[in-house]
Design a protein around this ligand. Structure first.
Ligand code: PLP
Length: 379
């Protein structure tokens, strides 16, 4: 029996999404660019699927471009926005707690002569809007701020950042990595005031290999992948219709039960925080965060990779917060200034609509046993 509590890493594909993918592969498998009926039928369905994603974002279908994943969406938004603003300046603002999909393109741009300001989080793992305001310069061409942090579940002040940019009369575009926020916290790109926004299918029960970038109407983002001119010339490559069909089905299903699912996750998170701290000696919740699906915890004095393996051997899946990037300490916990013992013991528990109390109970029991047995074996 598997107890899957690592939904911020990826989610199981929901049945509606899997069925939509199979249908697109076995029946509607034409190339949407082809000029005969099989092609025009695929193009018509592609149009509908785009409308489904747009409905999930409450934006126009023309503002949605499909990509292969959240990482591609982030890279495209950042490199494209800086290219677009190259005559206005070369200064970028982002946060020290972004995903590598944002930090790495920023570092690549630094090597090409751009200047990047990395805003540091406070003790609560969040970014102060006042810090965005202070960092803005007349030559700032891009601000990139995530909506929900993937390790802590904190909800960042994206709308306030948009206001600060506007009030400063700054030419900067605003990009938001909403990969962990989509269908987890209510938002629309318009309400947030962003120009570009990234989402990814496999975090919302669609398969891996599909993402999207919201590009505000009127913004002339240069393409990153050039070729046959698909996606209105913005992102070439024959459209992966099966993945797109599944993505659209996952969005439709997710929207249909959104309020219920969010309440379920929030209740589970509260239950897990109480239960884990009650029965596992020394365990501490790192931050309450704002997102309902991520609970960051620490078991100080233990190595999180060892704990994750111990639980994994017993069918319980969570992730280690401290060593998820090729054994290097997480830059997010580093930025939070946790003690080394707290950082080493950091773990992430994450929920979805199909996580149950029984999964949380199994985790609590597993962690209690881990704390006892690993302590003995360490001492
Ligand atoms: N941004 C955030 C906040 C993420 O959590 C992830 C994945 O974990 C990504 C970007 C990358 O998305 P993908 O796995 O679709 O490339």
């Amino acid at each position: 029996m598997i107890h899957y509590l690592d939904n911020a890493a990826t989610t199981p594909v929901r049945p509606e999404a899997a069925a939509a993918a199979v249908e697109a592969m076995t029946e509607g498998w034409g190339n949407p660019s082809a000029r005969y009926m099989l092609g025009s039928q695929a193009a018509a369905r592609l149009k509908m699927w785009r409308e489904d994603i747009a409905a999930g974002l409450n934006c126009a279908p023309e503002e949605v471009a499909f990509t292969s994943c959240g990482t591609e969406s982030d890279n495209w938004a950042i490199l494209g926005a800086v290219e677009l603003g190259r005559r206005k300046g070369r200064h970028i603002i982002t946060t020290a707690i972004e995903h590598a999909a944002v930090l790495e393109p920023c570092r690549a741009l630094e090597r090409r002569g751009c200047e990047v300001t990395y805003l540091q989080p406070g003790w609560d793992g969040n970014i102060s809007p006042a810090d965005v305001e202070k960092a803005l310069r007349p030559d700032t061409v891009l601000v990139s701020m995530m909506l929900v942090n993937n390790e802590l579940g904190t909800v960042l002040p994206v709308a306030q950042a948009a206001r600060a940019i506007r009030d400063a009369g700054c030419p900067a575009l605003l990009h938001c990595d909403a990969v962990q926020g989509f269908l987890k916290v209510p938002f629309t790109p318009k309400e947030l005031g962003v120009d570009l926004l990234s989402i990814s299918g496999h975090k919302i029960h669609a398969p891996k290999g599909i993402g999207a970038l919201y590009i505000r109407k009127g913004l002339k983002l240069p393409p990153m992948i050039r070729g046959g001119g698909q996606e209105n010339g913005l992102r070439s490559g024959t459209e992966p219709t099966a993945q797109i069909a599944a993505f659209a089905a996952a969005v439709r299903a997710g929207r249909a039960s959104l309020a219920e699912d969010l309440a379920h996750m929030a209740q589970l998170k509260e239950y897990a925080a109480d239960r884990l701290t009650q029965i596992v000696p020394g365990l501490r919740v790192l931050t309450e965060g704002g997102a309902p699906h991520i609970l960051p915890i620490t078991l100080p004095g233990y190595k999180s990779e060892v704990v994750v393996r111990f639980l994994g051997d017993r069918g319980i899946c969570i992730s280690s917060g401290s060593a998820c990037h090729k054994g290097k300490p997480s830059h997010v916990y580093g930025a939070l200034k946790l003690s080394k013992r707290e950082q080493d013991g950091a773990l992430r528990v994450s929920f979805s609509y199909d996580t149950s109390r029984a999964d949380v109970d199994a985790l609590a029991d597993g962690l209690k046993t881990a704390a006892e047995q690993l302590f003995v074996s360490l001492s």
